[in-house]
Design a protein. Structure first.
Length: 195
């Protein structure tokens, strides 16, 4: 399969750092609330496109838009209020074991793996509610399990304890629309008087 390696804006090509670890780092940056919106956007641009991404200020907005599209593997980002059931960093061990179980390779031991391949394989891991599947799917099923379906209080507490042991603390994956709007306003303020 031919995965994207470049983006182009106004005739200028920007090489994408396509290894899956780079995409995971962009995701970590997007979730980092300790840095400001503009710095977060610049960090994502720099991480994904390297120094060339920072050269033309007028391309920042489009580079960020294309970065978001790339990180979503070309799909439209759907706004959701659902809590995430997976974290690329916290679940790295589960991911490695699951890839080994299903595909007989560990992406973290590979020198290079394109983000799209990694993401596709991640989304196609074995999953069976009866438990005959990879560990990551079992953990995600546990995180998503509806405790209201359990009548027995003892059993409910046992499952709740198991859920707590694998719980995630994060609630977002990419910058929110409000964060993007704030960053875009900042870009425009810095670019006053220029068209």
């Amino acid at each position: 399969m031919d995965y994207p390696k470049y983006v182009e804006i106004d005739g200028v090509k920007y090489k994408i750092n396509t290894d899956f670890r780079i995409a995971i780092e962009c995701n970590r940056i997007a979730e980092d609330n300790t840095i400001g919106d503009f710095e977060r956007c610049l960090a994502i641009i720099y991480t994904l496109y390297g120094e060339n991404g920072l050269i033309n200020f007028n391309h920042y907005e489009k580079l960020l838009e294309l970065a978001q599209k790339y990180l979503c593997c070309g799909k439209e980002l759907k706004s959701t209020n659902d809590k995430p059931d997976m974290d690329f960093i916290k679940d790295a061990g589960y991911i490695a074991s699951s890839f080994q179980y299903d595909y007989k390779y560990n992406p973290y031991e590979m020198e290079y793996c394109h983000w799209y391949k990694f993401f596709n394989d991640l989304n196609n891991l074995s999953n069976n509610e009866l438990g005959n599947c990879c560990i990551l799917s079992n953990v995600r099923n546990l995180r998503n399990f509806d405790l209201s379906k359990i009548k027995d209080e003892k059993q409910k507490q046992k499952i709740k304890k198991a859920q707590d042991s694998v719980a995630l603390n994060k609630t977002k994956i990419m910058p929110t629309e409000k964060q993007r709007e704030s960053a875009m306003k900042f870009y425009k303020a810095l670019n006053l008087g220029k068209e």
